[in-house]
Ligand binder design. Structure first.
Ligand SMILES: Cc1ncc(COP(=O)(O)O)c(C=O)c1O
Length: 362
């Protein structure tokens, strides 16, 4: 058996949608993008959604649109993909890292509170692995200190927090449609959601060279547009996201049941979270040995992420920055195969191999 970590979904409707755009002769700024934006806003329960070229550009554009710049401090977690953090550095602002909560692996609001200074301008909570961050305390802190909250929702399409959809909980939220995500445009793509009309307007202009009319550029922008082909694929994928997330939760429950009473630490889910299990991440001291063992049995695993952001060479690590939980977990975490097309039999196979490893490994 060969079991990949993630798998993309392609069907005849997607093929047809691509052909329709190809034959239309319109490849940028057409009806597919407009429809995709409207439908995605409806998934998130927001007034606005703006399609962009990637999750990374969504984060950069959001920071640009709220006016983050030189000398500002932006609080981020360190257990995340680097693109949560690098856009702020491009704008010459300074990164300040908050450690994660030991249970949910998402940014710990109590740690965020400790990091707020008079220079702080924004917080970027990441809904890591599809588990929502504890947003209420983060929003309270932001309101009290007049900070922007930019949700990094790149791993959490369709998740909810206390019954409210991810994407509607900050000033602005950023999604990625990279192929491995819960839904994809089968290439690079992203989306920004917000309820703030003024912000939506700025983002729309900035993604398209800062213009409203063809040759007049009122704002400093760049090209962060999402193509019609990708938007058309995104619309087709969006039709399945609720069912796919349901299946992900079902698979997670199967892993939980089979691995719950073993030496591996299984993921926890807060009672206020509707988790969408972008990743199913376990923890174990013998992580590397287990990954090697599973590889030998056709099971692909991943590590999200082996090097925390605050230790990345390009961000000039400060040896005095200490994030004990993040630093401990990066050596223990292992992502198991997780995608809606996994069969019950495959899930059982993975879990049985892990159990066998645990029984026999020293
Ligand atoms: C948490 C997080 N932030 C940002 C990104 C960046 O998204 P993209 O790869 O679409 O630029 C990703 C995905 O890769 C991600 O997982």
């Amino acid at each position: 058996m060969q079991i990949p970590l993630s798998k993309m979904y392609v069907d005849d409707e997607i093929r047809q949608a691509v052909l329709t755009v190809l034959n239309s002769g319109r490849y940028i700024g057409g009806q597919s993008l407009g429809n995709f934006e409207e439908e995605f806003a409806s998934l998130c329960g927001t007034k606005y959604a703006i399609g962009v070229s990637s999750g990374t550009s969504a984060i950069l554009l959001s920071l640009m649109a709220v006016g983050i710049g030189e000398g500002d401090e932006v609080i981020v977690p360190s257990l995340t993909f680097i693109a949560t953090a690098t856009p702020a550095r491009f704008l010459k602002s300074n990164l300040v890292y908050a450690d994660i909560d030991a249970e949910t692996y998402t940014m710990d609001p109590a740690e965020v509170q400790k990091k707020i200074t008079h220079r702080t301008r924004a917080i970027i909570p990441v809904h890591l692995y599809g588990h929502p961050c504890d947003m209420d305390p983060i929003r309270e802190m932001a309101e009290a200190n007049r900070l922007f909250v930019i949700e990094d929702a790149c791993q959490a399409h369709g998740a909810s927090y206390k019954g409210k959809k991810i994407g509607s909980l900050g000033d602005v939220a950023c999604f990625s449609f990279f192929p491995s995500k819960n839904m994809t445009v089968l290439g690079d793509g992203g989306m920004i959601t917000t309820n703030d009309g003024e912000l939506a307007h700025r983002v729309r202009m900035m993604r398209n060279h800062g213009r409203e009319q063809k040759y007049v550029h009122d704002l400093l922008g760049l090209n962060f547009r999402l193509s019609e082909l990708h938007a058309a694929i995104g619309r087709e994928q969006l039709r399945h996201i609720i069912e796919w997330n349901r299946r992900r939760r079902e698979i997670a429950a199967q892993y939980d049941a089979m691995l719950g009473n073993s030496r591996v630490v299984i993921p926890t889910k807060s009672e206020w979270a509707e988790h969408v299990y972008h990743m199913y991440v376990i923890r174990l001291k013998q992580r590397d040995k287990l990954a090697e063992y599973l590889k030998g049995r056709g099971i692909e695993t991943g590590i999200h992420y082996p090097v925390p952001v605050h230790r990345q060479p390009c961000l000039t690590p400060d040896p005095d920055v200490s994030l004990p939980i993040t630093e401990k977990y990066v050596d223990e975490i292992l992502s198991l195969p997780m995608h809606p097309q996994l069969s019950d039999k495959e899930v059982q196979y993975v879990a049985s191999k892990i159990k066998f490893f645990l029984e026999t490994a020293r």
